[in-house]
Design a protein. Structure first.
Length: 122
C-alpha cells in the first residue's frame, strides 16, 4: 500500500507541475491565415490536455484522501474491494473493473451528463 501511495503522490506532483504550465494557451496574432489556424489548433489541444490533467489530478487527490480516510481500495459504487493488481496499474482507480465498465457504458450511451460521469469516474 505504501508503494501505491508513493505512486499517487508522485503523479499528483507531476500533474501539479504540468497543469501550472499554461503558456501554450496564450493568444498570438498571426499574419497569415494558416499560422492563425495552426495556433488556434495548438491552443485547443493545450486546453484539452490541461483539462485532462486537471481531471486526473482530482482523481489522484481523491485517491490520497481515501487513503487518509482508510477507504482506499473499496469500489465507490459496489463497496467491494478493488483488486490490488488494478490499483497497482491505476492507483487512482475508484471503481472495480465491472463498475467502471458500467459507468463507461452509461457515459457512452449519454445516460449521464459529463459532470455526473466525471463524478462517477473519479
Amino acid at each position: 500500500m505504501n508503494d501505491i501511495k508513493k505512486a499517487l503522490e508522485a503523479k499528483r506532483d507531476e500533474l501539479l507541475t504540468s497543469t501550472g504550465d499554461r503558456e501554450e494557451i496564450l493568444i498570438e496574432h498571426a499574419a497569415e491565415e494558416f499560422d492563425r489556424l495552426q495556433q488556434q489548433l495548438n491552443r485547443e489541444v493545450a486546453i484539452r490536455n490541461l483539462d485532462r490533467g486537471s481531471t486526473l489530478l482530482k482523481q489522484v487527490q481523491a485517491a490520497l484522501s481515501r487513503m487518509e480516510e482508510e477507504t482506499f481500495g473499496i469500489c465507490l459504487r459496489c463497496d467491494e474491494a478493488i483488486p490490488e493488481r488494478r490499483l497497482k496499474a491505476l492507483p487512482w482507480a475508484a471503481y472495480c473493473v465491472p463498475c467502471q465498465e458500467f459507468i463507461d457504458r452509461q457515459r457512452a450511451a449519454g445516460a449521464v451528463d459529463d459532470d455526473e460521469a466525471g463524478d462517477m469516474a473519479a
